[in-house]
Design a protein. Structure first.
Length: 468
């Protein structure tokens, strides 16, 4: 594939900018592609194309929009193997972890989005008036590197189905799967300008999009600092903004609960994407008087996860995404030791000569005000924190600037009561599993708005009252 192009107004075009950005394979440090560092003219072309396309796309019959998205889903299914291979290379996932959770669940989610929109009421009659839901216009979708396909799907599919047009800016670290997606759009035959792809740095291209006068809504997923910058620019331009940001999510083990279940589900979130998941349960809250027993279980179960070269085995946890991320995780592990926490499994990562490999790290004797317990590390680092009683557990769980996710494992009735008191956007109770049919988003510094479910559609709709 020729990655030195952009997809604008229904065709592949040469960028106006001659500058490029290298895309690195984190498993071996090889440069696997170079993408355009789009400039102001490129962004202008993409936004203008989306603006012009919106004039007709917003009035396109819903059945036609659904038909095109269904064809897109089928084409993505056809290109699934290519997407898996690209994510293996640009994110460092093994084949199994590239397929699930990176690709297949989001293909399946497209069917959920279609089902939701087919049953959505865009006009509701009231007493003397009706409320009509209409698209905003041009949506800038700015997506992160940790789920390079999934975060795109969650934004652009609901937005397109309800009649918006898209300018997508994927992460500069993992942009290549977006090129395959653009090829799928091109083959399916969406009207020109409905979907546009520009690439580059978030601080440059993302900033241009957020500040552009003809961008009507911005959907951003990334860091808290990035979200603040996007939010400020969007508010200055009076744009609708949705922010899905970071997390430092608690998992609470209650006495009488299934500890093995709780630990397994916790470790899956912390390890399987090498900790690069915003909703990972990176704080494990356990009863103080059962500390020794639970910590032994955590160590024993951590040993079952294999970390290493993603090409060596089908289901193995691969590297971190970049040198920057490796250095960040290393710094936090060292800081945890300096703060007085104890590593009961794992070690400080040191060797990044062949790739950005780290192993799991489990800290014991963690206080909730330590940096390893308060900051989002984005690595396979677990902090175990003890609590005195259930009220103490709730207090510790909520003592954070974040509020994206959480989990409670324990006797069912008690677990649900505690789940109701956790200040976070999504809570897992015992064997519960997340669904793309449900809204996803955070409290506090974890974001503004929701993705997924009916709420994910309404993020791209505005209301009009018509009196008659």
């Amino acid at each position: 594939m020729d990655y030195n192009k952009l997809y604008i107004d229904g065709k592949w075009v040469k960028p106006n900018s001659s500058k490029t950005i290298e895309v690195e394979n984190p498993a071996n440090k090889e440069i696997i592609a170079k993408i355009p560092a789009s400039n102001k003219e490129d962004v202008e072309s993409a936004v203008n194309a989306a603006k012009l396309a919106f004039e007709s796309w917003q009035y396109e019959d819903l059945s036609k929009r659904v038909e095109l998205v269904q064809k897109l889903k089928d084409e993505i299914e056809n290109r699934k193997d290519d997407m898996v291979k690209i994510i293996m290379d640009e994110l460092g996932r093994s084949k199994a972890f590239a397929l699930d959770p990176q690709v297949q669940p989001y293909i399946d989610a497209m069917e959920d989005f279609i089902d939701i929109v087919n049953n959505y009421e865009f006009e509701v009659e009231k007493d003397g008036y009706k409320v009509r839901k209409e698209p905003f216009g041009v949506v800038a979708a700015i997506t992160p590197w940790n789920y390079p396909l999934g975060q795109i799907i969650k934004k652009i599919i609901p937005a397109l189905l309800v009649g918006n047009t898209i300018v997508l800016k994927p992460s500069q670290k993992t942009p290549l799967v977006a090129y395959i997606l653009a090829e799928c759009f091109d083959k399916v035959g969406f009207p020109k300008g409905v979907f546009n792809l520009v690439t580059g740095a978030g601080s440059e291209v993302g900033d241009m999009l957020t500040k552009h006068k003809d961008v009507d809504a911005v959907s951003f997923t990334g860091s808290v600092e990035g979200g603040k910058a996007v939010g400020e620019a969007a508010i200055n331009g009076i744009k609708k903004v949705t922010l899905e940001l970071g997390g430092k999510s608690p998992a609470i083990l209650l006495k009488g609960g299934d500890y093995e279940l709780g630990i397994k589900k916790t470790l899956n979130t912390v390890y399987n994407n090498t900790g690069q998941t915003c909703s990972a349960f990176t704080r494990l809250l356990i009863p103080k008087d059962e500390k020794e027993e639970i910590e032994k279980l955590v160590v024993d179960m951590s040993k079952k996860y294999k970390f290493g070269d993603p090409y060596s085995e089908d289901k193995i946890v691969g590297p971190l995404v970049s040198q920057k991320q490796f250095d960040k995780v290393k710094k936090y592990v060292e800081k945890g030791i300096d703060e007085g926490a104890n590593i009961i499994y794992g070690e400080v990562p040191t060797d990044d000569s062949k790739g950005y490999y780290v192993g799991p790290v489990v800290f014991s004797d963690v206080k909730n005000d330590m940096a390893i317990a308060s900051d989002e590390i984005f690595g396979p680092v677990l902090s175990i924190i003890t609590y005195k009683d259930e009220e103490d557990a709730i207090k510790i769980a909520n003592d954070t600037t974040f509020g994206l996710a959480g989990a409670v494992f324990g006797p069912e009735e008690k677990a649900h009561k505690i789940a109701n008191r956790i200040k976070a956007g999504t809570i897992t109770v015992n064997e519960g599993n997340r669904s793309h049919k449900a809204p996803f988003g955070g409290y506090k510094h974890s974001g503004i708005g929701r993705e997924g479910g009916v709420a994910g559609f309404e993020a791209f709709l505005q209301e009009k009252a018509i009196f008659s």
